[in-house]
Design a binder for this molecule. Structure first.
Ligand code: GLN
Length: 487
């Protein structure tokens, strides 16, 4: 189904022309949500509240059109790991059943301050651990391009909420690809910023040195506009960069044509032979990626193979480090302070044990155990410390590449969206499919996935660009210029 609006600027023009308003927009999105129930996108829809807010915003606009915020007309969904005061948040987990946020994430505050409307919270893998949105206590979300397939994950609900036209933009989180991979599976744009660009305050933590909130949208332009609003320093997140960096949308125009200082006409792009000839790469994905590279070259860009010898070390190091961080972060869910508490315990140890046993799903338990193991005395040096060294090597080598190149190009995923259930019993196969997205998180780099076409199976395929730290303006200007993006 073709979405009615694919950018905020189209919506704003329609509002100015009197063709729509916030109330109508929310009503339309709510009816799309009702019509796509079988995709299992939303965990909770804030229908009443979104309609009330839309009415208030319409009145504000009628009184004085210049009084409304930058995101007036933007309807947003949020992944079920982002806190919104007075609303439930559960990270797709039984352990947080019934938990209500006591405060809003900084990103939520900033969206609301610029008059965006939040329409609901969307499904995800439990604590953002997964690549399919199957590991959720609410059941799997389905890909709107083919409901027998996964939408990717962990921000699968976010990707399908945009794909199925139930909102304009969604906020997800990306620890190892959770925004970019589902975006590529669903034919939308998915962006993960530099580590520290967006405050993590109010984001339920998975692996704190990797996690970033990311943006899913139909257009690079809307990614840039949203980023401009939610990025910047925050006294509640000490890892947040001090620079506001507030000109991301300058180089990206509504037609996807690139202009402005941040947009170079010709860029230098590195790609890795080890990635483009990787044995796990599907033939159809490979062909689309090579065809796309030819188009880039024809447009005058330089695309060159670069040696990168660490590709196959990325996944093992990532799964050691993130599980270690997760085992520590998730220790707070103890049956005492948050959410689920067992009804059958005789002493305090049983409360902890049974609450966690009942509350967490299989994948989360697997990662807590793995993380606890790699941090334990006697194994720490062999696993955790070693993986930190690998992370440093990958970081330094990647930084070197950016001395000579503007961007690194890779497929977003080696394979298109697979059938629901296909990898459910093979976690290692699923981990290995993260091979191309994890590097950006290991190194804290900004990266974007944009749709480049359809696989022979009819499924959408994306390509990924990574840039040097804090080079979002150039990354967005360049990818926004790769127009028109196929839909
Ligand atoms: N699939 C990866 C994992 O399971 C990435 C998840 C994410 O980015 N949140 O860890």
């Amino acid at each position: 189904m073709k979405p009615k609006f694919t950018s905020l600027s189209q919506i704003k023009a329609a509002i100015r022309a009197g063709q729509t308003n916030c109330s109508l927009l929310v009503e339309q999105y709510l009816s799309r949500i009702a019509a796509s129930q079988e995709l299992n996108i939303y965990v909770e829809v804030f229908a009443e509240e979104a309609l009330n807010r839309a009415r208030q915003l319409d009145e504000k606009y009628q009184k004085d059109p210049s009084s409304v915020g930058k995101l007036f007309g933007m309807v947003v969904s949020i992944k079920d790991v982002i806190c919104y005061e007075g609303h439930q948040v559960t990270a797709g987990s039984k352990i947080l059943a019934g938990f209500t946020s006591l405060f809003s994430a900084t990103v939520v505050e900033r969206l609301l301050a610029e008059d965006a409307i939040i329409i609901g919270r969307v499904n995800c893998d439990e604590f953002a651990m997964g690549s399919t949105t199957e590991n959720s206590c609410y059941g799997p979300t389905r890909n709107a391009a083919d409901p027998s397939r996964v939408p990717g994950g962990s921000s699968g609900g976010s990707a399908v909420s945009v794909q199925a036209d139930t909102c304009l933009v969604s906020l997800g989180s990306d620890t190892g690809g959770s925004v970019r991979q589902p975006a590529s599976f669903c034919g939308v744009v998915g962006f993960k910023p530099t580590y520290g660009r967006i405050s993590r305050y109010g984001l339920l933590a998975y692996a704190s040195s990797f996690d970033q909130i990311g943006i899913l949208a139909h257009s690079v332009e809307d990614v840039a506009t949203t980023l401009e609003v939610i990025a910047g320093p925050d006294e509640f997140d000490a890892t947040c960069a001090q620079s506001r960096g507030d000109t991301f949308s300058k180089g990206v125009t509504s037609k996807g044509v690139t202009s402005g200082k941040s947009a170079k006409k010709q860029v230098r792009i590195a790609c890795f032979d080890t990635a483009l000839r990787h044995p796990s790469l599907d033939a159809g994905v490979k062909k689309l990626t090579f065809d796309f590279i030819e188009k880039l070259k024809a447009a005058g860009h330089e695309v060159e193979p670069v040696e990168f010898e660490y590709l196959d070390y990325i996944i093992p190091a990532y799964y050691v480090l993130t599980t270690a961080e997760a085992s520590s972060n998730l220790s707070r869910y103890d049956g005492i302070r948050f959410g689920h508490r067992t009804a059958e315990a005789d002493d305090i140890h049983e409360v902890y044990k049974k609450s966690r046993t009942e509350g967490f799903g299989t994948e989360v338990k697997r990662r807590i155990m793995l993380g606890t193991f790699v941090l334990s005395a006697g194994y720490y040096d062999a696993y955790y410390a070693k993986a930190q060294q690998v992370r440093r090597l990958i970081h330094d080598r990647t930084r070197e590449i950016f001395k000579d190149y503007d961007f690194i190009l890779m497929p977003a995923s080696p394979i298109p969206a697979w059938e629901i259930g296909k990898m459910a019993d093979d976690p290692v196969a699923m981990y290995l499919a993260d091979i191309f997205t994890v590097q950006a998180n290991m190194c804290g780099l900004p990266a974007i996935s944009i749709p480049i076409g359809k696989h022979a199976s009819g499924l959408p395929i994306g390509v990924q660009f990574m840039a040097a730290k804090f080079d979002e303006a150039a990354l967005l200007a360049f990818s926004g210029g790769l127009s028109p993006l196929p839909h």
